[in-house]
Design a protein around this ligand. Structure first.
Ligand SMILES: Cc1ncc(COP(=O)(O)O)c(C=O)c1O
Length: 381
């Protein structure tokens, strides 16, 4: 079967809803200020690692409170390059979750590593209590995913990494401005990875990502890895990749960074409202919220009885309820060679069968929130 670009059809489908996950048209309805800055890039012609990239990196590292931030082509490359910087090679094992976007595992596999899955807990994150039993002589990295913008149990994970001499690469693609015990995501392990894909909390006009670290040596390796191994224009110190954050995209990211506090706070307020009203339904399970963790709700995912029927009902009523994601990674065709089977990660499989995401971004109004609560109420009566 031919592989086709399925996204144009998806965009059309999404536009039919009135309460949408996709808010890009509103977000960039007034884009003149950005275009003006981009015009300057065009005039100057510094499209590749121009000064806007350095300026954005400097601002981003303040968010993560890390020594370094290194702009790259996208979140997947951020993960891939991080694993490469840590020396992951053929056969090295990387412990992660089967409940993630495909790219977490894609990055491990394309770096030459073997993904080793650990089941998730009720909060959709890797169950830190089950990590140790999966550690072998080949384990090199633990790769926790801060799913939906909730940092994983990093105290426990850091303790395990320390006692076994393992690295931690955080998949913080959902987690800009999230904190664990007050410490920012992206600064909870050896390396943090972020995505600026158009539907992430900080989003740009295409693809982009950033890597954060406090390590001088890792930062140096990552700067080489993203730019052909070049130390200077005519000095290549290692053969490497081409994965740079475009100057134009850095301009967009930098512009939106002015709004990030508002973006995060809106998501948190919307979730607080939905939590308060939806916890009344016995058919809905809301993940436990923990006071020492600041979640940023890239997704608002709850567990629902009769999930598929509820989703269809909400969609018919103009609400873009989505499933992130219905089939866990270990059951995807791409993972067949790893030998996992249904039943291997029961919590993950159960959550995949019940989870439903509702839009909570900064353009969701009070009326939208009320419509969502009322529609759910109408479904369950
Ligand atoms: C958890 C997670 N990790 C990594 C990525 C990869 O980011 P990108 O699309 O920028 O490559 C994504 C999303 O797209 C994601 O959701």
């Amino acid at each position: 079967m031919a592989v086709v670009n399925f996204l144009p059809k998806q965009y059309e489908k999404d536009k039919k809803h009135t309460i949408n996950h996709n808010y890009l048209q509103q977000q960039f309805s007034d884009c003149d200020a950005i275009l003006k800055k981009i015009k300057q890039v065009v005039i100057e012609g510094d499209f590749t690692l121009g000064s806007a990239v350095d300026a954005f990196e400097d601002r981003f590292k303040k968010i993560t409170q890390t020594k370094y931030a290194i702009g790259v082509g996208n979140g997947t490359d951020a993960l891939f390059l991080s694993l490469k910087a840590l020396g992951v090679n053929e056969g090295d094992e990387v412990i992660t979750t089967p409940f993630t976007f495909y790219s977490t595992v894609g990055a491990i596999v394309t770096a030459g590593g073997k993904p080793v899955f650990v089941d998730i807990g009720d909060d959709y994150n890797i169950d830190a209590n089950k990590i140790e039993e999966k550690i072998t002589k080949r384990t090199k990295v633990i790769l926790p995913v801060h799913w939906a913008g909730k940092p994983c149990a990093m105290d426990k994970i850091r303790g395990i990494a320390k006692s076994y001499g393992l690295y931690i690469v955080e998949d913080a693609c959902h987690a800009i401005q999230a904190t664990y015990d007050g410490q920012p995501a992206g600064n909870l392990g050896d390396i943090g990875c972020f995505s600026f894909h158009p539907l992430k909390n900080l989003n740009i006009w295409g693809d982009g990502g950033i890597i954060t670290t406090n390590s001088d040596t890792l930062a140096e390796a990552l700067r080489l890895l993203r730019n052909h191994g070049l130390k200077e224009r005519d000095e290549c110190v290692r053969f490497a990749y081409n994965s740079r954050l475009d100057t134009i995209q850095a301009v967009v990211a930098d512009h939106l960074l002015n709004k990030i506090d508002y973006i995060t706070q809106s998501r948190i307020s919307n979730v607080e409202y939905l939590d308060k009203h939806l916890k009344k339904f016995s058919q809905i399970t809301i993940p436990h919220r923990e006071p020492h963790i600041k979640q940023v709700y890239h997704l608002y995912s709850i567990r629902c009885e009769k999930r598929d029927a509820l989703k269809a009902f909400l969609n018919e009523n103009g609400i873009d309820a989505k499933i992130h994601y219905p089939v866990p990674i270990h059951l995807q065709p791409a993972a067949k060679y790893l030998g996992y089977k249904r039943g291997d990660f029961p919590n993950c499989e159960q959550i995949a069968a019940q989870t439903l995401s509702l839009p909570v971004h900064e353009f969701i109004s009070q009326k939208d929130l009320d419509v969502m609560v009322e529609s759910i109420s109408n479904f369950y009566v």
